[in-house]
Each structure stands twice: as structure tokens, then as C-alpha cells.
Write a protein that binds this ligand. Sequence first.
Ligand code: ZN
Length: 265
Amino acid sequence: MANQLFFVFQGHQLLVTESETDPSLPDSQLLAECKPFMLRQHRVLDSQHLSCYALEVNESYIPAMGYRFIGLRSLFGLLNEELIALIGKGLQIIDWDRTHRYCPTCATENTHHEHELAKVCPNCHYRSYPRISPVVMGLIVRDQEILLARSPHFAPGMYSAIAGFCEVGESLEMALHREIKEEVNVVVDQVEYFTSQSWPFPHSLMVAFTCRYVSGTIVPQPQEIEDAKWFSIDALPLLPHPVSIARKLINQTVNTIKARHHALY
Ligand SMILES: [Zn+2]
């Protein structure tokens, strides 16, 4: 019998035990208490060893003693990354179900597709799938330096790689060149894929690249970029959380530059 996990959401918040350092998911007894308040439930994963379900309870549900609702970001570093990714998938499915109740073409109430994660309109047969929004991220390298920027909503002192949403009709590479030019006025080449990560805030797919500086003087885009500058890899500012793709991109790129430098000298 496979292990079962239940992710209980109220809006965008997840139900966990109150522990500050070792929070855990609700047990079967608490789950039974949640059921009368349930708005929707979906299977997130069904493998030989593990089944995961996401469900949403309404605003009337008050957590039992010892439990609380908490934002997923607050659980970074407290739960393992595979579990965070599954919870993030559950959050996106629940969010999609809540926001796609009606057909966007004829406003009839949608039904669930029998086999796919999709909704079907019983009137006009239009299908709605979960929305995924690609975001490109680029870390620009110039010798022993990397270009980092901060947006006004970042934590004080924190800098990260350039990132922005892909626009309709663009390839990932086109979006990357455009975002970098718009946000910091720099031209790059040697764009190399790094990795990607689902980012459920609310439904992004982060696609990260490294690239090489070619030309341009940094001009931060008004409103979007509060500050941007070159940082020596030996004197980096406060960086995003280690769970984030931005941090992994920065860490690995810095290590690669150091290794290359070491090999040269
Ligand atoms: Zn319809």
C-alpha cells in the first residue's frame, strides 16, 4: 500500500503542524475533520510508493490545536525540495480548478475531463488546461564579475539575476535578450541553458540561462529595477534562498568561474 500525503490549502496557504523547525502535514484524524469544509480535491501524484492529494477547505475551517496555515515560501528549507515541488504542483492544480470553473467562450459551467488534467465545456467543448507562464532568467558574466539587479519588492539588500516573463510569439532566447536589454541596457551572447524549475507563485516555469556580456553601460529600467551592478564573485551581496533556481544558477556559475580561473593561473 502506497504512502499517502494530503496537502490541505485554504486559499494559497498550506495546513501544517505549528512547529517552527520541523513542520509536518496533517494526519488522517485531522483530515477527517477537514472533509466537511472541503471545496475541491485533486490527485497530485499516484506512484507505486506514494500518492499525494491536494484539497482546499473554505474560510470557515479553523485549524485544530497544534496546526496552522502558512505560505509555501515560509516552508523553504524546512521541508525537503521534492516535497516542496509536489506541494507547489498541488497548489497550482487547486488554483487552476478554482479559477477555471466556467468556460471562457460561452460561460457554461465546466466539467472535468475523464483522463486528462483538463476541463471541458459541456456546451461548446472548449478545453481549459492549467496555465503555465514561462519566465526567462539570465545571469550575465563578464570575466570575474556577474551582473545582479534588485527589484523594489526584494528583501532589503538582496540582488538576483535578471528575469522576466516571456511574451506571446517569443522564443525563450528572444525573451532573454529583450529582458536584459530592457532591464539593464546590456547586450549579451553565448546564451547557455542551465536548468528549469516550476515556481508556483502563481504558475511560472522558470527557465535559467547563463550568458556573456558583449556591450552596453548599465541603465536600470525605471520602476522595474531599483539597482543593478557588477559584483566580483568574491564579494557577492545577499542572494535569493538556496531552494530558488536563481541561487542555484548564481552558485554554479560562480563555481565554474572560480574553477576556470584556477585552471588558468
Ligand atoms: Zn463553452
